[in-house]
Design a binder for this molecule. Sequence first.
Ligand code: G6P
Length: 368
Amino acid sequence: FLVDKGAHKHFMAKEIHEQPEVVGRTLAHYLDMATGRVRLPFETPFDWKDLDRLTISACGTAYIAGLIGKYWFERFARLPVEIDVASEFRYREAPLPRKGLALFISQSGETADTLASLRYAKENGQKILSVVNVPTSSIARESDVVAPTLAGPEIGVASTKAFTCQLTVLACLAVAAGLERGTLSEAEGLRLVTELIAAPGLIAEALKHEHAIEHVARDISKVTDVLYLGRGTSYPMALEGALKLKEISYIHAEAYAAGELKHGPIALIDETMPVIVIAPRDAIYEKTVSNMQEVAARGGRIVLISDEHAAAESGLAGLETVVMPNMGPDFAPIVYAVPVQLLAYYAAVALGKDVDQPRNLAKSVTVE
Ligand code: G6P
């Protein structure tokens, strides 16, 4: 990896564009491409079948990757997941299962709270699995087993390619766990792996919509508040959208689970605040559409991120859309990360902000 910006204006742009390549490289490390099966690049010092629960902890964008991982471990491996931000987990005195497994996610492998949480879990008898991007880091060294993300050096302070690589590794781990625990049939495992193998190509397709996304982002750069909505794995994606926008453009953004709209944020809806709805076509897509109708009925301004037919089928007039490729729903976050990242990037660029070095933020938070 060359640590320069290449043809890009910012490291963040370069890193967003590297995602087809680094996700592909990470997949090749965890899958046997010839047979289409998962092949973890390490021996597990635990048995997936023996686990009653998985504990996940991380900070920032890595925590959001963990939230998405929770949906996958629970769905594919029927493994209950407890997840918390590391700054809470380390002090919460959480009771942990006997012979449990704790999973930590970190790009740098040096985040102070995540490292302290790892030590707490270790002292409390947990086996430690970590998903890290820097193999020589403290978190990697103190883990029983390391699941590397092969994102290469990430320079932009706001994490992008490390995030999609974390999702890729978590997806592979969840499928491996499901096969081991017998909660996924061999055929289901093969189908899921086929979907994963399609991800790099779909990310590349999503990147082709960059100019359209830039156009929407320029509009967003003019407002002071944005609401992100999503259901299922799109709820954590909404959190990531709001986090990215805050981090680099300094626009106030909030994310809600779409079904929570009526429990509060609907009071904020007017014609000035954009509501960005992340809604890949999955089993709960229709539920999100009805939330969108609630927003539209109150004169709200909606930006829908979904596939090309979704806008027409929603029956809502005047909807702004960000078009994503048609794809299976299981691993949508790996592809929908692209518009979420680009919206924040281009909003920040339109406002003339220092995208790679946002004010007050550090790439690696090694102090509490
Ligand atoms: C900082 C960075 C984020 C990152 C978080 C966790 O806040 O600005 O981009 O997600 O730390 O960092 P880690 O290295 O543990 O993934």
